[in-house]
Design a binder for this molecule. Structure first.
Ligand SMILES: [Zn+2]
Length: 464
């Protein structure tokens, strides 16, 4: 234990850490490379394996990985930060919850708070080693709509130093066109919801780079008037009402029957995405959570990870005033149907080879999705719906880094290769056999900083 304690926070530029005798899960393809040393200098992987001339340098920090597996750290590719994350409103810093769950990259789809600039300060503090947390990729303010001057808004995101533009459901066709045109001119990556007034065809026509949830595709199955001018909750309630009227007879169907009923529209939707090669964030844990919140209230309240949520969320939930409780009131059966539809879409999108990104929408506290913990639920859901362990892990590692490369120009993580950022999990059992075992790790390295299991447990210990 003393040895590991010494490693914590020790990541000066020249410090070399050597993992010895690990079974490597490089994620470059589906394989294990047995009994390898991996050398890390500062934030980077500098060497894998040893030749006769190369040995582990003296003064290296040694981590014995005998019998363990070294895999890339995971990414939550769609989550949110809040400006009160480091305040007592949260029992534990969500940054620590991420590290303690093996998440070494987070991509924020909207930093909640008065101004988004705090996230840039946190991002830099983590980069400089002044704050413990995963690497942060982030958008700035969300283009919600109605938007007065979309062109200016997009320029501000680019000039502000944010990595991409997030577009939300309520922008009009005209606003969307203006925003997309400016984004292309400026070369800023675009990702978001499918705006209700635009629809999937319009989104693909304008070339939005990425879709923020599989859930967004649900709306393609419902006929509704896209020219309406409605507020946030009203839009959802209006669409739910339309869905209720059009699909009610099918609400009880399981996935197989759903495929019979919706096979044609599913294949049309999937074909459109395949042609455009647009990646999609999975965030299935949201849909699963909604059904649990509506139909298994006690089980939802009994989740052990709830203790890491802000108390205001639990209070709100108990009063029946939580976001999804309000939106789905009277449409509870639709929620189950919707989730089954999302599972079916997940299966079909994977079969079509569409890039899918491991993601959970955690972080705001307002939906009860617990940062870090939710990534293991998302992995489980992917496995339950036909992913192999390798495919599920790839969605949060190698595939995630390729998408970040499309945004920032750098494919920097997600595999264990020389030159990549040292984001690593030292796990007890082969993760390619069972993703549930990823939780059993001996430590996490985030951008070259090593956190032992004991240290992580200390970092997320709750005050009495
Ligand atoms: Zn989100």
């Amino acid at each position: 234990m003393l040895v590991f304690a010494l490693f914590f926070m020790s990541c000066s530029k020249d410090q070399i850490t050597a993992f010895q005798n690990v079974n490597l899960v490089p994620m470059t393809d589906e394989k294990i490379v047995k009994n390898q040393p991996v050398l890390v200098k500062g934030k980077r992987i500098i060497q894998i394996g040893l030749s006769d001339e190369m040995t582990i340098p003296e003064n290296s920090k040694l981590i014995d990985g005998s019998g363990s597996y070294l895999m890339p750290g995971l990414a939550d590719m769609h989550m949110h930060t809040r400006d009160d994350w480091l305040s007592p409103a949260w029992p534990v810093s969500p940054f620590h919850l991420y590290l303690a769950n093996g998440v070494t990259t987070i991509r924020c789809f909207g930093p909640a708070g008065e101004s988004p600039n705090y996230i840039l300060i946190w991002r830099d503090a983590i980069n400089k080693g002044k704050l413990n947390g995963p690497t942060v990729i982030t958008c700035g303010s969300i283009l919600y709509g109605p938007a007065k001057d979309p062109q200016r808004f997009v320029r501000e995101q680019k000039d502000g130093g944010f990595d991409f533009l997030k577009i939300y459901s309520f922008v009009s066709k005209d606003e969307f066109h203006k925003a997309m045109t400016t984004a292309k001119q400026l070369g800023i990556y675009t990702a978001g919801h499918i705006p209700f007034s635009v629809g999937l065809d319009g989104v693909l026509l304008e070339g939005m780079n990425e879709i923020a949830h599989i859930e967004e595709l649900d709306f393609e199955f419902i006929d509704f008037d896209r020219t309406r001018k409605l507020g946030r909750i009203e839009w959802f309630r209006y669409i739910l009402h339309a869905a209720d009227q059009q699909h009610k007879t099918l609400f009880g169907l399981d996935i197989g029957d759903l495929e019979d009923g919706y096979g044609k529209i599913i294949s049309t939707t999937v074909d459109k995405l395949r042609t455009a090669n647009v990646p999609v964030c999975t965030t299935l844990v949201v849909g699963e959570g909604i059904t649990k919140k509506l139909h298994e209230t006690d089980a939802f309240l009994a989740r052990p990870e709830n203790r890491y949520l802000p108390q205001w969320y639990i209070d709100m939930f108990r009063k029946g005033k939580e976001k999804h409780q309000l939106i789905f009131k009277g449409y509870e059966d639709f929620a189950s149907f919707k989730y089954n539809l999302e599972r079916l879409l997940l299966i079909k999108l994977k079969q079509a080879g569409i890039p899918l990104l491991l993601s959970t929408d955690a972080g705001t506290g307002g939906m009860g999705i617990v940062p870090g913990f939710s990534i293991h639920d998302e992995l489980r859901i992917l496995i339950e719906n036909g992913f192999s362990p390798y495919e599920a892990i790839a969605a949060g590692t190698v595939n995630a880094s390729k998408i970040i490369q499309a945004m920032t120009g750098t494919d920097d993580f997600g595999t264990i290769e020389v030159g990549k950022r040292a984001d690593l999990l030292l796990v007890e059992e082969n993760p390619l056999d069972n993703v549930a075992k990823i939780k059993n790790f001996r430590g996490v390295m985030a951008a070259g900083r090593w956190y032992s299991k004991a240290k992580l447990q200390e970092m997320i210990a709750l005050k009495k």
